[in-house]
Design a protein around this ligand. Structure first.
Ligand code: IFM
Length: 419
């Protein structure tokens, strides 16, 4: 087996207080988020594959006890969810106590089922009124966001020990301001990109300080999506230079700007890229040359060694505890060998990192059930449970649910669950 260049060892266990969870995000599972920018975005033809059904989606907003029961059945001790800014603050200066009360109920419902809630304050969407005022490019958005943070932390803070300020900000920056495939749909808007980046970094740091001031015992981090980049030809300096550039321009640079304001790093790991130098200025001289022996429904190569590589790299650079806040694979097949192997292999590599001294404290599979996958709409199916949206039921993908349940129960990767 490819150990990704790391030393081989026998470690296959997880620390006693390890968090075993799944992750969901408000806009993707709740349904009915009509105050958010994505709601308008979705309704413009061409933006989303198969958007027509996203009125209630999984209807987590109303049916959260059903889903939390399913999560509990897997034996999880943690559950990652997010708060929808547009629900809490649907119009400028209008706040919804009703929404905050519901979020409080959801968080308590996690606790009642023995699951530690990990709560994300911003997972991609802004309220429509914020978007009309220029979204993240507008410096006032910082004040609006922080007012939302204050209200939310005031209402929920006594029951939340783990906060994530922002989810994958660099993905939103590039999709919203470089490629324009996500709201606000700007292409090559370098000025907008830079302003938004600056405002997001400030929001993270200030949110961290405010939460810590109010509840010093809370743990506050950020979730970043890091691709494991490696040179296609390790002996070829231009390929190595591409990897170096990709790393310094991406999330490592972002994290560096906020490292004094982080209790932990949330790592969302999905895949790797083997980068090759090509003489094509329009592709930034870079091409991805993956082997693609095993790929997800979306063509993402399954590469479990990468989770260990990135965790190791993050640990070496920042020395902060790491939670794997997302890791998952899109596979619509009900006979889901791909997903169960994916879970086993990633956890095996993770256990090896832990044995080598990397401080990894939790793993959250993305996602509990199939849900709304942004521009891909409902076609992306990564759930441990398959959604039947018409009937509003979630059907277990047996092999994956069983695999994850067993690993959690044994708290280690044993021979049995490696088969
Ligand atoms: O569904 C997304 C999630 O919102 C952010 N991280 C990646 C997931 C899968 O693409």
């Amino acid at each position: 087996m490819n150990t990704g260049g790391m030393q081989k060892d026998r470690g296959t266990g997880f620390p006693p207080s390890f968090l075993w969870g799944v992750a969901v995000a408000s806009y993707q599972v709740e349904g009915g988020n009509l105050w958010s920018d994505w709601w308008e975005w979705e309704r413009t033809p061409g933006h989303i594959k198969d958007a027509s059904r996203n009125t209630i989606g999984c209807d987590f907003w109303n049916r959260y006890p059903y889903y939390l029961d399913l999560a509990k059945e897997i034996g999880l001790n943690a559950f990652r969810l997010s708060i929808e800014w547009g629900r809490v603050n649907p119009e400028k200066d209008r706040w919804s106590d009703e929404a905050l009360t519901r979020y409080r109920e959801i968080i308590l419902a996690c606790r009642e089922r023995g699951m530690e809630p990990m709560v994300t304050l911003w997972h991609f969407t802004v309220p429509q009124w914020v978007s009309r005022e220029g979204g993240w490019t507008n410096p006032e958005t910082v004040d609006w966001f922080l007012a939302y943070v204050d209200k939310t932390v005031e209402a929920l803070g006594d029951n939340v020990r783990f906060w994530i300020t922002l989810n994958e900000p660099t993905i939103v920056l590039s999709s919203g301001y470089k490629t324009g495939v996500w709201p606000p749909g700007r292409k090559k808007d370098i000025v907008g990109f830079r302003q938004s980046r600056k405002n997001l970094i400030f929001c993270h740091c200030e949110t961290f300080s405010r939460i810590k001031k109010k509840t010093p015992e809370a743990q506050v981090g950020i979730a970043v999506n890091i691709t494991y980049n490696e040179p296609y030809r390790p002996w070829f300096p231009p390929d190595r230079a591409l990897v170096f550039l990709a790393n310094i321009q991406g999330d490592y640079a972002f994290l560096k700007r906020m490292q004094s304001h982080l209790d932990f790093i949330g790592l969302n790991y999905y895949f790797h890229n083997r980068l090759a130098f090509v003489f094509q200025p329009d592709t930034s001289f870079s091409a991805v040359k993956n082997e693609n022996k095993i790929v997800s429904d979306f063509g993402w190569e399954v590469y479990p060694a990468g989770i260990a590589k990135v965790s190791w790299d993050l640990w070496q650079r920042f020395r902060k505890p790491i939670y794997i806040t997302e890791n998952g694979v899109a596979d619509a097949n009900m006979n889901d060998k791909l997903r169960s192997d994916f879970i086993r292999q990633h956890l095996l590599y993770l256990s090896r990192s832990i044995a080598q001294g990397v401080d990894v404290r939790g793993y959250f599979y993305w996602s509990l059930m199939d849900n709304f996958e942004w521009a891909e709409g409902f076609s992306y199916r990564s759930g441990l449970y398959a959604m039947d949206y018409e009937k509003q039921i979630a059907v277990p993908r047996q092999s994956s649910v069983e695999t994850y349940r067993r690993i959690i129960a044994e708290h280690r990767i044993s021979h049995g669950n490696l088969k």
